[in-house]
Design a binder for this molecule. Structure first.
Ligand code: 5GP
Ligand code: ZN
Length: 132
């Protein structure tokens, strides 16, 4: 399978490893945009959050929390955790991964939602989207 993250997991492509266990790998994002920007991925190839089985997703999220806690222990003051699922949501690498952005007060990083100029009725949206 032509998946860049599977190649990294196999060791065919190098990475800056942050954490590894039998099921999960965490590495620095090659973008090198925010200090400590980390990707947490399952070793099993799963395309995205919505196609993932629960067990695999739970493992990724547990490690995401552990690494986030570790970053706070190291002196970061907060984290943003982001998962893009599917192309419409901006997912570029089709192997499930969570982004961790370690944060400090006044670090001048902005995780920004740019929204179209549209307004919604919360009542109608809630009616349409309610799950139970
Ligand atoms: P997505 O948009 O799919 O949520 O994010 C994919 C991320 O993977 C991007 O932030 C991109 O910088 C990162 N990425 C792409 N190729 C590589 C690579 O070969 N190594 C690492 N470490 N990160 C990568
Ligand atoms: Zn893969």
């Amino acid at each position: 399978m032509d998946c860049i993250f599977c190649k990294i997991i196999k060791g065919d492509i190098p990475c800056y490893k942050i954490y590894e266990d039998d099921d999960v790998l965490a590495m620095l994002d090659i973008a090198n945009d925010v200090e400590g920007h980390t990707l947490v991925l399952p070793k099993k190839h799963v395309t995205d959050l919505n196609d993932s089985d629960e067990e695999t997703f739970d493992k990724v999220m547990n490690v995401t929390k552990r690494i986030s806690d570790h970053y706070l222990d190291l002196g970061f003051e907060g984290v943003n955790v982001v998962i893009n699922s599917k192309s419409a949501a901006g997912q570029e690498v089709k192997h499930l991964h969570a982004h961790i952005f370690p944060r400090r007060s006044g670090d001048e990083v902005k995780i920004q939602l740019v929204k179209p100029d549209k307004n919604f009725s919360l009542e109608e949206v809630a009616k349409k989207l309610r799950l139970n």
